[in-house]
Design a protein around this ligand. Structure first.
Ligand code: ATP
Length: 234
């Protein structure tokens, strides 16, 4: 559904992306792994038109969105859950969730999706009147994902959803990502936790200093010697 071709991005004199090409096929979980500073977040920001591209193209469902405005990209069903827990701290959990549907007008469907995200994250339902800023880090992370889902994404891009979370919560985040995908949402996942990400991924790309060096099915990458040494700590 989303195709990126030969994408280049510069930050001033820094050539951060040096010709990235990747494909996100319908129904799949795709992950992008790599060390700090490899350009993973930059790739997602460039897709969303949050930063300027030097060259290359982004095609979503056959439509060229390379130079599209961010809000139109969101309307087209591509949603980014950014790194860090960007919730509105003074608003309640429920208000944060409601804000995720701000571009929509289909009240009945919005109510259905609200029930769905509360099913996915029962912890958030228990805390729906609580100010988001007082949630634990893991709960805020869940809220950021829940809010993104309220935009009814066709493609959900997640930047480091497991960052800084306790192992038990990391496990539940990954199983929820699988559930979200089963519900029909394509997922592009950025993770430093390469093992957990590749285990749930249909396909993965390894990025190093602005280029994709290795790609393959999740299984292939988990079995690749280079990947094992560099990213799986083996
Ligand atoms: P991490 O896992 O640490 O978040 P990443 O793979 O997501 O890393 P990016 O954040 O995409 O990496 O950064 C890629 C490169 O671009 C890095 O060298 C970074 O320092 C540089 N960079 C990112 N944002 C900017 C910016 N606004 N101005 C200048 N350089 C930047």
């Amino acid at each position: 559904m989303l195709e990126i071709k030969d994408l280049h991005v510069h930050y001033g004199g820094i050539h951060a992306l040096r010709g990235i090409s990747l494909n996100i096929e319908e129904g799949k979980i795709i992950s992008l792994v790599g060390a700090n500073g490899a350009g993973k977040s930059t790739t997602l920001k460039a897709i969303m038109s949050l930063i300027q591209k030097t060259s290359g193209s982004v095609i979503n469902d056959g439509k060229d969105i390379t130079n599209e405005k961010t809000k139109n990209i969101v309307k087209g069903g591509v949603i980014l859950t950014p790194e860090g827990r960007r919730v509105f701290p003074d608003l309640t959990v429920d208000e944060n969730i409601a804000l995720g549907a701000y571009t929509r007008k289909d009240k009945v469907e919005i109510a259905k999706d609200r029930n769905w995200v509360f099913e996915l994250f029962p912890r958030l339902e228990e805390r729906k009147w609580q100010a988001a800023g007082t949630l634990s880090g893991g709960e805020q992370q869940m809220l950021a994902v829940a809010r993104s889902l309220m935009g009814r994404p066709k493609l959900l891009m997640m930047d480091e959803p497991s960052l800084g979370l306790a192992p038990l919560i990391v496990k539940s985040i990954f199983s929820i990502i699988k559930e979200i995908n089963k519900a029909g949402v394509n997922v592009l996942l950025i993770e430093q936790n390469a093992k957990a990400a590749l285990e749930i991924s249909d396909y993965g790309y390894v990025m190093e200093t602005g280029v994709i060096t290795i790609s393959g099915t999740g299984k292939e990458l988990l079995g690749n010697d280079q990947v094992r040494k560099a990213y799986l700590g083996e």
